[in-house]
Design a protein around this ligand. Sequence first.
Ligand SMILES: Nc1nc2c(c(=O)[nH]1)N[C@H]1C(S)=C(S)[C@@H](COP(=O)(O)O)O[C@H]1N2
Ligand SMILES: [Mo]
Length: 314
Amino acid sequence: MADRYTTNRLNSGLSWADVTPKEVFLNRRQWLAGSGAMALAATLPRQAQARIEAAKSRYSTDEAPNSFEDITSYNNFYEFGFDKTDPATHAGGLTISPWTVEIDGLVEKPGSYDLADLVKGMPIEERIYRFRCVEAWSMVIPWIGFELAALLNRVGVQPGAKYVAFTSLARAEEMPGVARGLLDWPYREGLRLDEAMHPLTILATGLYGEEMPRQNGAPIRLVVPWKYGFKSAKSLVRITLTDSQPPTTWNMMQPNEYGFYANVNPEVSHPRWSQASERRIGGLFAKRVDTIKFNGYGDQVASLYAGQDLAKDY
Ligand SMILES: Nc1nc2c(c(=O)[nH]1)N[C@H]1C(S)=C(S)[C@@H](COP(=O)(O)O)O[C@H]1N2
Ligand SMILES: [Mo]
């Protein structure tokens, strides 16, 4: 089954087989047929190669994923610059091994975890999610990862914890946007504990069955599919359980434009543009589509916000 396109190693020397039960593997062709993406594959040679994939998840959309090319060439990762092409151009030299993630705050087992130890035993699967940037463009991305809840349960959340704070790497020597001080680094994000524990919230370690490309937030990043893309912090180095709402990068910079919640919501316009529709990236499939509340994940997540006014808690 393996060929030269096959990724069989995780970032820290663990093979997929070490962390994923055999039965969750499927031949890529079966996966493509199953996800209705055969036609797309025929037009995109890179995706058509038989690579090993994790099984479909019931949380995945059956919408056709964007091409690997789209997903890895049109990025927001300001540590490497403001332009959409900056991350692909400048992230190639980022050192991602060794990599440690500090887990601290209100947890039972705080520590500095080597990535391999952190990922070991986590139930890795593929999650094909819609991804909606606050700038009103979107993609469909086949992530590989595991539920953040699995990790939080393993390290043990203390009773007083109410929020989870995420910190991205800020390494000036390898990140030109950090060196130039484009933002107040490090990039910080946060979730309420119930949002962090929701099964849709994942830590992604790859996409399209490959290790995470650097421009997409290697070696490990957050993905929260019902929120605007800026919540999904990349290249995480620290996860902190707190009892109060943590400061977050975009909210600190422009609080009237970017809220802490940042749930995708077509009814609440950004002060400078409408959020009613979005541009679905993709040469062959470029189109304008209506934005759906909670990015289409309302059935699963709307109950988290019962009693909250989402126009106020934007
Ligand atoms: N550390 C860090 N994380 C980040 C960003 C960033 O600039 N730095 N940009 C965010 C924004 S605005 C978006 S839309 C997504 C883009 O993810 P992608 O490039 O993998 O599509 O990453 C988010 N995570
Ligand atoms: Mo974004």
